[in-house]
Design a protein around this ligand. Structure first.
Ligand code: 0GY
Length: 312
């Protein structure tokens, strides 16, 4: 287990404190549908079983970034460094004035009262993480029991895995009886072709379930070419574009986008979040696609009452 007791894991970069203003103007009501809060550790201690210790990244800093970039809302995803203690995430939701929803980590023995507290705070999904450097594998039975517990609340499952594990996970993903959202396009190897057999497997999975959604997120994690020099054209992470654009164009009504702030586990470069927003028009060139990716889709999944006109 690579953790430090005091301070962040060695080698980690701090998140970008002074992001530039994006050139791309987000549509009104845009949702940052994948971001995290970390601690602060003295208030919300990190989980003893964590595999890394992040930089603190508070709810106030997240909300300041939201406003700076021009987002209206956030979906705060529980990260593994907080284990199944959703305290920091729930605190952010409760402080957001209804402008944040959450995705939690829960164990099968969670009580009904605890589940309904999470729901009332704004949680609408659970995350299953299969990335081995982040967590030890949870028994499949436990995950199935969690799904049974959350299904009556209308929640969905967010699933995080790497492309090499897709073949082993496909049957499980197809068997989940609630809506499923895949993080970061299933982490394709972008040095291969977006038209190649590996990404074809992922697209096939997307076609197999009409209620399978995809976050076209994390170019900064997936890119081999990296960000552009900032004195040039603001076209970041070019090698990820064909993958994300393919998904957006084929499945325009079930894609989501988020910053992934504060970008845990990056050691090579830390993205400028303003530049990350400028990735969006390259993967969703038409305004109609941008509206669906950034507003209509996340609102339908996380604020359905607001969409249908009821109190949300
Ligand atoms: C992400 C990606 C990562 C970390 C986590 O829960 C987590 O710790 O998801 C990663 O290291 O790839 O979405 O934040």
């Amino acid at each position: 287990m690579t953790v430090t007791i005091f301070g962040k894991t060695p080698g980690w970069l701090d998140w970008y404190a002074d992001p530039t203003q994006p050139a791309f103007q987000l549509p009104a009501g845009a949702v940052d549908a994948h971001c995290h809060v970390f601690g602060p550790g003295r208030v919300f201690p990190y989980a003893p079983e964590r595999k890394y210790t992040p930089c603190d990244a508070s709810k106030d800093q997240l909300f300041a970034l939201r406003d700076h970039l021009g987002f209206a809302r956030n979906v705060v995803v529980q990260a593994t460094c907080h284990g199944a203690d959703n305290g920091a995430m729930v605190d952010a939701l409760r402080s957001s004035g209804g402008l944040a929803r959450g995705v939690a980590t829960v164990r099968p023995d969670i009580t009904d009262d605890q589940l309904s507290d999470l729901h009332e705070a704004g949680v609408r999904g659970v995350r299953f993480n299969f990335v081995r450097r982040l967590v030890d594998a949870a028994p499949r039975d436990d995950l199935e029991r969690v799904v049974e517990r959350i299904a009556p609340l209308g929640w969905h499952v967010v699933i995080y895995f790497e492309a090499a594990d897709l073949a082993d996970l496909s049957d499980f993903i197809l068997s989940i009886p609630v809506t499923v959202v895949v993080d970061h396009m299933g982490r394709p190897d972008v040095t291969k072709s977006a038209d190649g057999s590996e990404f074809a497997q992922f697209l096939k999975l997307m076609r197999a379930r009409p209620d399978l959604w995809c976050k076209v997120t994390c170019p900064e994690r997936l890119s081999a070419s990296g960000p552009p020099a900032l004195d040039g054209e603001r076209q970041p992470y070019r090698d990820v574009v064909p993958f994300a654009r393919r998904v957006v164009e084929e499945f325009p009504d079930r894609v989501l986008w988020g910053t992934d702030w504060p970008h845990p586990n990056l050691t090579d470069h830390m993205p400028d979040d303003g530049l990350l927003v400028d990735f969006i028009p390259h993967i969703a060139p038409a305004t109609d696609l941008q509206q669906r990716l950034l507003v209509d889709n996340p609102m339908r999944l996380y604020w359905p009452d607001a969409v249908s006109g009821a109190a949300g």
